[in-house]
Design a protein around this ligand. Structure first.
Ligand code: UDP
Ligand code: MG
Length: 318
């Protein structure tokens, strides 16, 4: 198998037909440009516990069409885990990951593959332009990637999602990294070898709406930061040092006032007391929360549960 294409699908029944057409078109392009046969390319759909008709439509497709497979998960495991499950199953020398909503054009995989032949292990697709996304999403995404860059030592490329192609040796390492809170684009950067980006235009969703709700996005952002940086933890100590220093200086000031300047009415300091209590309480809770975020993740890791549960794999009988 020369190429595997992994596609996570969550409540995308309205897209399957169009997606199939585009994948067939992509295969034709691969044939024209690289002389690949249909049997050289396997398509792996991962149904991530969809609650609409996605499963039925995909199952029908994969049972009828050769070189299409459906990996059906037992419930919704989330985008990153769905991708992981698909990559684990993939047998290709090169493995491409692409969203199923046609925001990322499947034909771009041909370009990614071409670039890879120049001697790269990972070619990630960089969003040049994003159509049909809310200003809020664009703004938060931008903010998040810049923040992540500041907080981590790993070079995680800006404006890239999980749309990319990678070589077998990268896939082998990725499969061995069985951490639970996965931030795959960061993990792949961490692996190293020769990586490069290729620009493309990100389109509007073909149909349906985004499956990344605000709460999922926040959780994802936390996963990204905590997986690659312990700076938030260190920030707790820095904040502690600064407030302790400030507290010490202020105590000196109060003692001096009390002892040497009898006319200073320091018992009138209700406002300052309440401000300090609230401020310190806030800082303490924030620091505790940061520790909690990390502790919770350690707790999840120590359970050693499987990352995902497969219901069944559906494909055409040979
Ligand atoms: N997805 C998934 N599980 C989820 C959420 C999303 O498999 O819990 C899939 C979804 O079907 C799509 C891809 O992940 O193929 C990207 O999701 P989406 O388009 O909603 O994200 P966005 O493009 O808005 O960031
Ligand atoms: Mg999308």
């Amino acid at each position: 198998m020369k190429l595997s294409i992994v596609i996570p699908m969550y409540n995308e029944e309205g897209i399957v037909h169009a997606l199939f057409q585009r994948l067939e078109h992509t295969k034709a392009l691969f044939n024209r440009k690289f002389g690949m046969m249909p049997t050289d390319i396997e398509i792996i759909f991962v149904n991530d516990g969809s609650s609409d008709g996605t499963f039925e439509v995909l199952k029908k497709l994969c049972i009828e069409e050769a070189n299409y497979q459906l990996l059906n998960l037992s419930r919704n495991h989330g985008h990153q885990i769905a991708i992981t499950a698909g990559i684990d199953l993939a047998k290709g020398d090169a493995v491409a990951v692409i969203d199923g909503d046609l925001q990322d054009p499947p034909e771009t995989i041909v370009d990614l593959y071409g670039k890879m032949q120049e001697g790269f292990d990972v070619v990630y697709a960089v969003r040049k332009k994003r159509e049909g996304e809310t200003p809020f999403k664009l703004f938060t995404a931008k903010l998040f990637y810049r923040l992540l860059k500041k907080l981590t030592n790993v070079e995680i490329p800006v404006d890239t999602g999980d749309f990319r192609i990678m070589s077998r040796r990268v896939v082998a390492v990725l499969t061995a990294m069985n951490e639970r809170h996965r931030f795959i684009r960061g993990m792949i950067s961490w692996i190293g070898f020769n990586q490069t980006g290729l620009e493309y235009e990100r389109h509007e969703r073909h149909s349906g709406e985004t499956k990344y709700t605000l709460s999922k996005m926040i959780k994802f952002a936390f996963d990204g930061i905590t997986s690659f940086s312990s700076i938030p933890l260190k920030m707790a100590s820095y904040l502690g040092i600064i407030t302790a220093l400030f507290g010490f200086i202020y105590s000196l000031y109060v003692i001096i006032l009390k002892l040497f300047i009898p006319k200073s009415h320091i018992e009138l300091g209700w406002a300052s007391i309440i401000i300090f209590i609230l401020l310190l309480g806030g800082i303490q809770l924030l620091a505790l929360g940061m520790i909690g975020e990390y502790l919770g993740r350690i707790h999840d890791e120590t359970k050693f549960r499987p990352l995902y549960i497969v219901e069944q794999i559906y494909k055409k009988d040979e």
